[in-house]
Ligand binder design. Structure first.
Ligand code: ATP
Ligand code: MG
Length: 247
């Protein structure tokens, strides 16, 4: 049985079909990538899974239970955590305080939330940043804090939306290593990504969206040579980052 199962998901904004009858599954422990040109419907798919965007039609199941009509807090309580394409932290608050926000949903007390947050920061190498304000730390550490906040809720699946944008190659490699470690520890991960090096090296399987439709699915090597995928990127003039065009 799939841990996450999206069936015939359609999301319309007025006349625009942002997600068009998309179906895919993610098995427990998998690391799946979602790629596609700008506006393909990737973030909207995440929003639907997280309970933020209401599907026009279709269903989403998690651990065999329907979640597509649940509010975001309940989706989070069932073990789905996500990060945002643009960093969404409280900028005037400390790293610890931000991560405690994530920890409160799974903790019984403030003290437990704090303990959980401190543990998570240590695990991600953010210990030295614990009391720094978000607005004063480098972007890479802000992204790590976002991951820490998501992990502090003790999720079963982590949805990462374009983690690598704005990072330099070394920072990107560090986040790649972190994601790989988390996955090897058993966490299911779905990652939306534009950076080609990440797309080709990290996921076991890739799903490609274009104009809201799922146009290809398979191993990175197979998918990136699929004529439909190449066409989708040429047609949009928005190549994958570092690619400057089709593969
Ligand atoms: N809340 C909204 N209201 C209206 N239109 C929206 C809304 N959210 C997304 N859209 C539109 O839906 C389409 C899909 O957007 P989405 O953000 O899912 O794309 P994406 O694949 O994540 O793109 P990008 O790579 O640029 O992040 C776009 O045309 C976008 O303008
Ligand atoms: Mg997006």
């Amino acid at each position: 049985m799939m841990q996450l199962s999206v069936e015939n998901l359609t999301i319309c904004f007025g006349g625009l079909v942002a997600v068009d009858a998309v179906s895919f599954g993610v098995a427990k422990g998998e690391l799946v990538g979602i790629i596609g040109p700008n506006g393909a419907g990737k973030s909207t798919t995440f929003n639907a899974i997280a309970g933020v965007a209401a599907p026009t039609s279709g269903t989403i199941h998690f651990d065999g239970q329907r979640i597509d009509r649940l509010p975001p807090e309940q989706v989070s309580r069932r073990g789905i955590a996500r990060t945002f394409q643009l960093v969404r932290l409280f900028r005037s608050m400390s790293v610890l305080e931000n991560v405690m926000v994530g920890a409160t949903s799974s903790s019984h007390s403030l003290q437990a939330a704090r303990r959980r947050a401190v543990e998570t920061l240590e695990m991600l190498g953010l210990g030295p940043r614990t009391h720094n304000r978000i607005s004063t730390i480098p972007l890479a550490d802000q992204k790590r804090t976002e991951i820490a906040r998501a992990l502090a809720s003790e999720p079963a699946i982590l949805l990462l939306d374009e983690m690598m944008s704005g990072l330099n190659p070394q920072e990107t490699d560090e986040i790649i290593a972190l994601i790989r470690t988390l996955n090897q520890a058993g966490l299911t991960i779905v990652i939306i990504e534009h950076v080609l090096r990440v797309v080709m090296s990290l996921p076991q399987r890739i799903i490609v969206l274009d104009h809201g439709r799922l146009i290809a699915e398979g191993s990175p090597q197979v998918v990136m040579h699929d004529p439909l995928v190449i066409e989708a990127y040429i047609g949009r003039k928005h190549g994958l980052a570092e690619l400057g065009g089709p593969p």
